[in-house]
Design a protein around this ligand. Sequence first.
Ligand SMILES: O=C(O)CCC(=O)C(=O)O
Ligand SMILES: [Fe+2]
Length: 237
Amino acid sequence: MNAPLHAPLAALDWTGVETALDVQGWALLPGLLSPADCEALAGLYAGDAGFRSRVVMERHGFGRGEYKYFAHPLPDIVARLRTALYPLLVPIANRWNAAMGLDVRYPADHADFIARCHQAGQLRPTPLLLQYGAGDYNCLHQDLYGEHVFPLQLAILLSEPGRDFDGGEFVLTEQRPRMQSRAEVVPLRQGDAVVFAVNQRPVQGTRGIYRVAMRHGVSRVRAGTRHTVGIIFHDAQ
Ligand SMILES: O=C(O)CCC(=O)C(=O)O
Ligand SMILES: [Fe+2]
């Protein structure tokens, strides 16, 4: 038997989450991880064990700071969250694709979706641990790793703003057709997660549904150290 998650997913307000995702393309999942779980995950960064690669963002023009992709087996809590959250998000993902006129539909089980990724050569796990120090930031981006993309992903803040770091806000931008981009700052505390659109989402306009493209990033950390864990549901090429 798996141990229960810190905040049982069933206790979250999923109707509210779905509405927020439809209206603004992101939703807060408060208290997804306990402070102890956050400290334990952040503490993994210093070691090499359990990771498949390390990326220094500055070398690729991604920003400043670094991250490491977990190897299999994923840390238990990351694996369980990835498997347990996926089926809760599938109905939204499928409804979004239908609204946008896209043919792809997602299977109810994460294992079946991962099998689809693997058949297409997307074999490498994508959950990752990020570390930012003073002056670091993450440029606006989209986490697309191949043909198969699950349209929602999560980032969980492992550090406490104001205590562990200053600045370093999670930022989302929304690009609407023929309009300038709009930015939102997501207020996160330690253990909170944000679930958000990886790429496009449907918006109901006066003359029908149109698509907006979203990007996410992190503003400059002014002091301290900030850790996050990212849960992406598709695997990578
Ligand atoms: O550090 C963050 O808050 C953002 C991390 C990120 O880009 C991701 O999880 O995909
Ligand atoms: Fe990302």
